[in-house]
Design a protein around this ligand. Structure first.
Ligand code: FES
Length: 156
């Protein structure tokens, strides 16, 4: 066997034996299964069906997410931008408001027991009325309810 034949056979043998190891190392599913389980970070996202029901309510999210985050909000909800919280005065009751600031249309956020607009500082009380300008008009309310595990908002 001459040197060139030996090198070709040795190179092929090396490639054939190392290829399966290299493929396995690059396979993301095997890498993920080796990782420690983090059920909170990898919990499957719950798909919410927003199709309006016969009573005019549509699901916005889950009660679990409402309680975990302190609010539920969606700019592209079927009825329009909405934010839902538990009433600070009565946790059994929910409050749902149009989340589009009446000043210039930014999305209001729930913080420190008030709806606050991050753009120019307007604040709104839990009934939607303006407590700090520059906004002058209140946020419109939505009807809201809990049905089972879901938070439902009236869309029609
Ligand atoms: Fe909200 Fe201006 S858009 S205060």
């Amino acid at each position: 066997m001459i040197r060139r034949e030996f090198n070709n056979l040795f190179g092929l043998g090396l490639l054939a034996t190392s290829l399966p190891v290299a493929i396995a190392a690059c396979n993301p599913s095997e890498t993920a299964s080796d990782a420690p389980a983090d059920t909170a970070a990898e919990a499957p996202e719950v798909k919410i069906d927003e199709t309006p029901r016969a009573d005019g309510f549509a699901a916005l999210g889950t009660v679990a997410d409402l309680d975990a985050n302190g609010y539920l909000g969606k700019k592209s909800f079927i009825a329009g931008p909405v934010i839902v919280i538990r009433d600070p005065a009565n946790a059994e009751s929910l409050i749902a408001l149009n989340s589009m600031c009446t000043h210039q249309g930014c999305g209001v956020e729930w913080e420190d027991n008030a709806f606050a607009c991050p753009c120019h500082g307007s604040k709104f009380s839990t009934d939607g009325s303006v407590t700090d300008g520059p906004a002058t008009e209140p946020l419109d309310p939505y009807e809201v309810m809990i049905d089972g595990d879901l938070v439902l908002v009236k869309v029609s």
